[in-house]
Design a protein around this ligand. Sequence first.
Ligand code: ADP
Ligand code: MG
Length: 573
Amino acid sequence: MALQAHSPEDLKRMLERIDGRGYPAYRDLEGEYRFPTFVLTVEHVQSDPFAPPSRFRIDIPLQTTGIPEELYADPVRRTAVEDFILRTAAQNLRGWRQKRGSGKSGLIEILEPTQVVLPRSAVEIGAKALTVRFVVGLPARGRTVLGRQAAEMLLEDIPSWVESSFFWKAMNHQKAREHVALAVDQDALRRWMSAEGLVAFVGDGSILPRESGQSDLPLRQGAIPFQSPPSLRREVRLPSGRMVAGMAVPKGITLICGGGYHGKSTLLRALEQGVYNHIAGDGREWVLTDPTAVKIRAEDGRWVRGVNISPFINNLPYGKSTRRFTTESASGATSQAANIMEAVEMGARVLLIDEDTSATNFMIRDARMQALVAKEHEPITPFIDRARQLLEEWGVSTVLVVGGAGDYLDIADRVIAMESYIPKDVTGEARRIMERMPSNRKAETAGPLPEKPARVIRGLGHRPKPGEKWKVEAKDLHLILYGRERVLLHAVEQLAEMGQTRAIAACLRLLSERADGRKNLAELVRELFREVESRGFSAWSGSRGCPGTYALPRPYEVAAAVNRLEGLQIKEE
Ligand code: ADP
Ligand code: MG
C-alpha cells in the first residue's frame, strides 16, 4: 500500500498507463487518493474480474459532511444515523449497476441492510470521520484492464454517488431526523421497561406476522394488528412526545397459550427479534424485548462441550457425567438443557421458549409418567420444576408458548391466551381451573441450582500452523466454515442478518488466538465487544483491512458459535 496520498489526477494517469494491460496491473491502484471533499482508499484489488470484487473505502471528515452533531451525539443516535445513511446510499446504488465488461466489471455495491437497525462496518461514524466501505468490480474485457471505464467509475460515478449519499445537503433531513427520533424513543422505552421490571413490550397496532417464512417484511394482507389486554396495557410518553401504548410483560414466568394457529409462535418470534430495534414501517417498531433475552430450543445432534447440565439432567445411564457434559450428538432434552446453561453463562435474563420446538420430555413429566417411571430411573428434571428456581435463584425470567401442557399453569405468574391473534389475560381463569382440576404431579426439584456456569476456554480447536492458510468464513446466515469444520447455527434463531454471522466468524478467528486457558468465555466475549465499541469494526478484522460487510451481533450469538465448535476445549476445574 502506498504511504503517500495521491491526487485524482494521479489516479487518472495511472489508469491511462495500465489501460490494455493484464488485470494484475490494477494492483498498482492500492493506496489513498485525496479528492476535494473525501479520501478514497483502494484497500484491496481483486485478483481477476471474476474474483470477489475490490474493497474500497471512503473517509469524509465529519465537519465536511455537514451532518448535525446532535444526530450522532451518543451511541443510540450514532447507530441510527449510520443506519439511515447506509439505507440512503444503498438506495442510491440500487438498479444502478452498469455492466462494463467481464465478470463483476462495473459493479459498485454496498451492504444491503435488513429491517433491523444495527451498527455495521459499511458506514461508521468515528471520532473524526465518516467511513464508508463498499466493493467495486474493476472493469476488464476478458482479463484486460479497461482503463477508460475504470476512470469513469472512479472519477465520476463514485464521486457523484458519494456526493448524493454522504453529505447532509443531499440527504432527506426530515427522514433522517425521524429515523434518529425513532431509535431514541425505542431506547427510552427500553430504559423505562428496565426501570419498571418489564421483560417485553408489544405496542398496540403492531403487525407481528411476516409475509412468509422466507421474508422478514410485514404481512400486507389480512394482518390483525396487535391489541393489548386491558389488564396488561401500559402507556408511556417518549422523548419525541409521542405516546405509545401496549402490552407490558413483567419479569417472572409468562405463558402464552391458546389454540393451534392462533398466533402464539408469531408473537414469540416477534419477541425474539425484539432484542433489536426495527425501522419504521416494519410493524415491530414497538415490539421490544429485554436485550439479554435468548431463544431456547431443542437442537438434537448438536455438539456440546463441558456444559454443566446437571440442574436438568442427572444420573445418566452408566454414570456419564452431566456436570461437564460433552457429546458429539446431544439428544433433544440434553441439547435444550445445554442451550439454557450456555445462555445463562453469557448473562441471559430472559428465556424465550416455544413448545413447538422443545423436547417434550425436557418440558414436562406428567402425573401418570411419574407413577409409571420412578424418579430414580428418570435422569431428567423437567423445565417445569426448574423454571421457578431459575427466576428466584438466578433472576432469569421465562416467556413460554404452551398449547398442550396444562400443568404449566401451576408455575405461571401470568397466562396470556391468544384468540384469533388477539391476546387475552386469562390468569384469573387459569387459577380457578388449577383449583378445580389439580394436576396431581409431584414437583421433582432436586436441591438448589449450582453456581452460574463460567467455563474457562483452553482453545477453539484448530490452531493454524505458522504460514498455514486457513479461513473462517460465514457461508450463510446460519453457517460458518471454521477451517474445514462446519459450524451449524440453524438453531441460533436470533441472528437477524448475515453481516452478524460474518462478524461472528471474525470473532471466532480472534478467539482462536486468545483462548489460552485463563479467561472464561463470557470474559473473552465481553472483551471483544469493548474493543468494537471503542475502535469500531476494524478492531475485529485482520491485517487486510476491514470489510464493509459486518453487522454487530450480540454476545449470545458469538458464544453460540463458540459453543458449537467441534474442537472447543474447556479447562478442567
Ligand atoms: P400458533 O403458534 O398459535 O399455532 P402461528 O403463530 O404459527 O400460530 O400462526 C399461524 C398463522 O397465522 C401463521 O401463518 C401466521 O403468519 C398467521 N398470523 C399470526 N398472527 C397473525 C395476525 N396477527 N394476523 C394475521 N395472521 C396472523
Ligand atoms: Mg406455534
